[in-house]
Design a protein around this ligand. Structure first.
Ligand code: LLP
Length: 387
């Protein structure tokens, strides 16, 4: 994955750091944008996946909107140059301060998650003399068939308004004077690799859209959330997700009038493959049954394996011939937690102290979820085009 020139340019750098392949990011964004434009679809980038400044700027420059989940993300999106008219604000626990910030910027829409939240937005908008545009997040009870920590569209999840409360929500929307309903919002989970799941989502969206329209409510926007998965096992073969196939599913199965807009909130699929966590072997260790590689990166830099038992491909970064004898290593970090492991029984060329190791597909939910636990250093990053 790294060519010799790249290896030469990173080999002397202090580790660990995130390495972002900006050319791949640009190619990915272009593919996604073209595939969406073909159908007139709107894509909001989910900042939560990665809000690294250069990444955000590039995404903004390509004409994506922004999907935010905190007041700070809304402010960051504005500071990066995303037009307020393309910003959505989601989340089950928006504070009054965050809602006020978003109202002052006059963002495109709040994705509201409960009737009580709608009442609070209505009150705060009234105080400012604004009308708040909202999309109602419906929990459609669709199984995203992904890890249970990142599935969000089931009845037992905390997200969205349960369908049993929609009658009440529709009444509230009619009665609250400082709120304008622009659309319906759905998001069923993340890292979804089976496109049939999105087909099932379309069926539910059609059903609830009709339900509202039968009651005389105009639905301008159908926001179907994010969730398109990436190939963690083959990052070089499938470095860019199949955006064409993904958008085609919605084009084919979503029933919409020509004036109805379809919006997406993609995070992972846009940024995951361009990021790698580069780390150095600090120590090698052989136990009775195991060989360990102890890295200078740990769960503090990339939390996904510890938190979700997530798989990331692990490779040695080397300009030497990688054929030769291999060993099965448990690749672990330096943090005082047994869960601080990146992979067990990983087949790697025999490695030594000082070797560079790349943990692949780490551009989404990597750097943003880093922590200072153990008073670790602030995570560093480098960009392929500026080293
Ligand atoms: N929209 C909403 C309402 C969301 O909750 C999310 C992600 C997205 C959009 C973007 O989804 P994406 O396209 O990235 O799948 N930290 C976890 C993932 C958490 C996803 C949370 N919501 C991980 O590392 O796998």
């Amino acid at each position: 994955m790294f060519d010799n020139q790249q290896i030469n340019s990173i080999k002397g750098l202090e580790t660990p750091f995130y390495y972002y392949d900006m050319a791949l990011l640009e190619k990915t964004l272009d593919k996604a944008k073209n595939a969406a434009d073909k159908h007139g679809f709107h894509v909001h980038y989910a900042l939560k996946a990665n809000f690294n400044k250069r990444i955000l700027s590039l995404i903004q420059s390509k004409g994506f909107g922004a999907d935010c989940v905190s007041g700070n993300e809304v402010s960051e999106a504005i500071a990066t140059g995303f037009p307020a008219s393309t910003i959505t604000f989601a989340g089950v626990g928006k504070t009054d301060k965050e809602i006020t910030t978003a109202l002052e910027y006059q963002i495109f829409a709040f994705n509201v998650e409960s009737i009580q939240e709608m009442e609070v937005i209505d009150e705060l908008a009234g105080r400012l003399g604004h009308t708040a545009r909202v999309s109602l997040r419906i929990n459609p009870n669709v199984d995203a068939q992904t890890h249970h920590y990142i599935t969000t569209g089931l009845d037992e999840n905390k997200f969205g308004v349960p369908t049993s409360e929609l009658e009440k929500a529709a009444t509230a929307i009619r009665e609250l004077k400082n709120i304008e309903l622009v659309g319906l919002h759905f998001h069923i989970g993340s890292q979804i690799t089976d496109l049939n799941v999105f087909k099932s989502l379309c069926v539910k969206v059609n059903e609830w859209k009709n339900w509202f329209e039968e009651r005389g409510t105009v639905i301008k926007v159908l926001n179907v959330g994010g969730g398109l998965g990436v190939d963690y096992h083959n990052p070089d073969v499938n470095s860019i997700p199949d955006f064409e196939a993904y958008f085609d599913v919605f084009d084919r199965f979503l029933e919409r009038t020509p004036r109805q807009e379809v919006h997406f909130e993609l995070g992972r699929s846009l940024v995951a493959q361009c990021g790698n966590l580069v780390s150095r072997v600090l120590y090698t260790k052989s136990g009775v049954k195991k060989h360990f590689l102890i890295l200078d990166a740990g769960m503090t830099e990339l939390m996904r394996p510890a938190l979700y038992q997530a798989y990331h491909k692990i490779e040695r970064v080397s300009d030497e011939n990688e054929e030769g004898v291999k060993l099965n290593y448990d690749v672990v970090g330096p943090i005082c937690e047994s869960s601080d492991s990146f992979g067990k029984e990983v087949s790697l060329p025999i490695s030594k102290r000082g070797d560079l190791i790349a943990i692949r597909t780490a551009g989404a939910y990597g750097e943003v979820m880093a922590s200072r636990y153990n008073l670790r250093e602030e995570i560093r990053h480098v960009y392929s085009d500026s080293i």
